[in-house]
Design a protein around this ligand. Structure first.
Ligand SMILES: CC(C)(COP(=O)(O)OP(=O)(O)OC[C@H]1O[C@@H](n2cnc3c(N)ncnc32)[C@H](O)[C@@H]1OP(=O)(O)O)[C@@H](O)C(=O)NCCC(=O)NCCS
Length: 180
């Protein structure tokens, strides 16, 4: 799958920033990202400038995701076979604010045809986090404009090593959903 190295690079670069602060490893990423190549119904949408991949966005049926991602839906009694899950959207900074993020949502919702609900999750960080940039603007309004609403009762856990930390720590991620 020729796109996986580009997607791995983008994730490691873009997710270094607040709120993800992810100290990623490209070799690990490429293994983890195989799920998008191996899962029927999954897709990777890319933005290119010339031949270079400058942004990417992923999606797949929730049933193919990890137990950690499925858990809040199962605990809430939601039928996961009707939910289509959006992974990351990652775009290099110079390309933001031109409608590419909107196009990523449109393409993934088209891929979700036949499902009842689309969902994604976003890391929860305290408002006074020491690495929060003064000019940080949360994506909440952008997501609301795409028709998504936060679901405080749907929260999952993941672990990764934050920039500047020596060990992985657990994070809580809040889901947002939209009924199609
Ligand atoms: C999330 C991310 C991909 C959004 O990408 P983006 O391309 O900057 O977003 P867009 O330009 O499509 O949309 C931003 C706003 O600009 C508007 N916009 C600007 N130019 C536009 C155009 N030409 N056409 C359509 N909309 C445009 C959009 O309508 C939107 O405003 P709205 O929410 O009021 O409708 C990008 O911010 C990013 O990579 N962030 C870091 C990683 C991250 O946090 N990802 C999300 C969690 S995985």
């Amino acid at each position: 799958m020729p796109l996986l190295p580009a997607l791995a690079r983008l994730r490691v670069e873009v997710f270094r920033d607040f709120p993800y602060l992810y100290d990623g490893d490209i070799a690990y990423e490429q293994k983890y990202l195989r799920i998008y190549a191996d899962t029927p119904g999954a897709a990777i949408i890319v933005a290119r400038d010339g031949g270079r991949v400058v942004g990417a966005s992923t999606c797949l049926p929730l049933t193919a995701e990890t137990e950690a991602v499925k858990k809040p839906f199962l605990d809430a009694g939601i039928g996961i076979s009707r939910v289509f899950y959006f992974g990351e959207s990652v775009l290099e900074k110079p390309y933001r604010g031109q409608g590419i993020g909107v196009a990523f949502f449109q393409a993934r919702e088209a891929q979700a045809a036949g499902y009842a609900t689309t969902a994604f999750c976003a890391v929860i960080r305290p408002p006074d986090h020491k690495l929060r940039p003064r000019d940080y603007v949360p994506l909440d309004e952008f997501w609301r404009h795409r028709g998504y609403r936060p679901r405080p009762e749907l929260v999952c856990s993941m672990s990764w090593r934050d920039i500047g930390e020596s060990a992985e720590t657990g994070k809580r991620l809040q889901f947002w959903t939209k009924d199609l």
